[in-house]
Design a binder for this molecule. Structure first.
Ligand code: THU
Length: 160
């Protein structure tokens, strides 16, 4: 028997420690929480994707009375980015969440389904996505892309 370990590398930045480009992306994610449609959870999530030409595309969670028909902010944003700009790689994705009249103090990590979609986007454009998860007490920055957050991946290689 061998014990195998998956390690997740990420950094914690105070907002003021972020570089200007990262602050701009985080600000876009924060602003995007206001376009959320979350009448059921009251949990407004915003995301912003930085594309390879510098374009920032943002989106938010969109809920539905038939709960599973709704979609998280990360997937709304990534699908929109890829649909509108299919020739542009996604270089970074920032996420912020707003509830009870304020942004969460702790960063909100992407759900499993969003991690799976982020993996596909990375593979499609052959580059890792820097992930910025904003909280009022600090922002997690995952430099190494989704593999840091998603161990034992299932991808297209299993379908060959
Ligand atoms: N949600 C997101 O949009 N992203 C996340 O990372 C976590 C959860 C949404 C889904 C649902 O609309 C609400 O937050 C509560 O789960």
């Amino acid at each position: 028997m061998k014990e195998l370990t998956h390690t997740c590398h990420y950094k914690l930045y105070a907002y003021d420690e972020l570089c200007e480009a990262d602050r701009k992306l985080v600000d876009a994610a924060k602003e995007s929480t206001q376009s959320s449609y979350a009448p059921y959870s009251q949990f407004q999530v915003g995301a912003a994707a930085l594309l390879s030409d510098g374009t920032i595309v943002s989106g938010s969670n969109q809920e539905n009375a038939a709960y599973p028909s709704g979609l998280c902010a990360e997937r709304t944003t990534l699908f929109f980015a890829n649909a509108a700009h299919p020739d542009k790689a996604v270089e970074a994705l920032a996420v912020a969440a707003y509830t009870n009249g304020k942004f969460t103090n702790v960063p909100v990590p992407p759900c499993g389904a969003c991690r799976q979609v982020m993996l596909e986007v990375e593979q499609r454009y052959h580059q890792p996505i820097r992930i910025l998860l904003y909280g009022t007490e600090g922002t997690y920055v995952v430099e190494g892309g989704i593999r840091e957050l998603l161990p034992l991946i299932f991808d297209a290689s299993f379908l060959k």
